[in-house]
Design a protein around this ligand. Structure first.
Ligand SMILES: NC(=O)c1ccc[n+]([C@@H]2O[C@H](COP(=O)([O-])OP(=O)(O)OC[C@H]3O[C@@H](n4cnc5c(N)ncnc54)[C@H](O)[C@@H]3O)[C@@H](O)[C@H]2O)c1
Length: 306
């Protein structure tokens, strides 16, 4: 498949803006990005506004009226926070499920099926029975966000029986990296713990550990995530399946606080959050040659120096 023009929904968010940088640097594709700035912001992408290969529209996913010009759609737009998904339920269903449904409806209406790379989430495994967790793990959604992310996977699977869909579900574990923490984001308190801890430590504030800090996360660098999105896009075959995208190792939140360094305190555990995430990434490696390469320790060292 020749790729000339791609769409990124949610381009002004943490992962979208890093994917944009990655694709502008690594390819000569034309990139259209849309974002409604509900959690993302212009500062994340304005350094790319002069790039002739990039055009941006402040827009809801539901305002898109055609996908015909794109060979690949990277669907990242979402409200990706567990705790707010209990409170602003309707907004989360709209962003996390209905925006994806809108894209599928456009494909059906136009009878045109660009490859869709969907950033799903490891949260759909809940508290997994098996770690490291592979893609055959039973789905146990523990919160509204995870349920909404899984619903779109399920729609893709069902509609595939009737339409020639071409999709890849990337089940992201716990991405970290530049721009993960944005104090202006209305849900900043629930963003990646790596970004929050670094921000606290740099500003001489106390890091807050939920529960006893023994809960573990598989932290994966956002540029490794961008690389997975790219590899999924260029894969010569129609994959129509899900892949875990994690570092393949796990670290407790208490140990993370110790690596970042500085004061920490314990606050009550949050309902609906898993005890452990730990990706088995063999399927991603074997089927599309992706491997996590970047190191969390190094990222923390560089951030704390800078
Ligand atoms: N960050 C994580 O921990 C994590 C983990 C697993 C999966 N994911 C998935 O990765 C994707 C990106 O997450 P992120 O961390 O970059 O979040 P983010 O909040 O930084 O980015 C999401 C972007 O989507 C935009 N958006 C939301 N609803 C929209 C709509 N209806 N129309 C247009 N734009 C809309 C937001 O303004 C924001 O810029 C999401 O699909 C998320 O579910 C993230």
């Amino acid at each position: 498949m020749d790729i000339n023009h791609v769409l990124i929904t949610g381009v002004a968010g943490f992962i979208g803006s890093n994917l944009l940088d990655y694709l502008l640097d690594e390819t000569d594709w034309k990139i259209t990005g849309i974002d409604n700035f509900s959690t993302g912001n212009e500062d994340n992408i304005s350094h790319r506004f002069d790039d002739p290969n990039f055009q941006f529209f402040q827009r809801e996913v539901s305002q898109l009226s055609s996908l015909r010009q794109f060979e690949v759609v990277f669907h990242l737009a979402a409200l990706p926070r567990i705790q707010p998904s209990y409170e602003w339920v309707e907004d989360h269903v709209t962003a996390n499920l209905m925006s994806g449904i809108h894209l599928l409806q456009l494909m059906i209406r136009e009878e045109y099926f660009p490859r869709m790379i969907y950033t799903s989430s490891s949260s759909i495994y809940g508290n997994p029975d098996t770690v490291p967790t592979n893609e055959t793990e039973p789905i146990k959604t523990m919160n509204p966000y995870a349920f909404q992310k899984y619903e779109l996977e399920k729609y893709l699977e069902m509609l595939e029986e009737r339409y020639p869909l071409d999709y890849v579900n990337l089940r992201l574990f716990n991405p970290y990296g530049p721009r993960s923490f944005n104090p202006d984001n209305q849900f900043a308190a629930y963003s990646s713990v790596v970004g929050i801890f670094i921000d606290k430590a740099k500003n001489g504030k106390t890091m807050q550990i939920t529960g006893d800090g023994t809960q573990k996360r598989d932290f994966v660098h956002v540029l490794d995530v961008a690389d997975a999105c790219y590899k999924a896009a260029i894969h010569p075959e129609n994959l129509n399946t899900a892949f875990n995208i994690g570092a393949g190792k796990t670290l407790s939140i208490l140990d993370l606080a110790k690596i970042v360094g500085g004061e920490y305190e314990f606050i009550p555990a949050r309902h609906g959050e898993a005890e452990i995430t730990w990706a088995d990434v063999r399927k991603s490696r074997d089927l599309f040659g992706w491997e996590p390469k970047l190191s969390l320790d190094q990222f923390i060292r560089e951030e704390m120096r800078g």
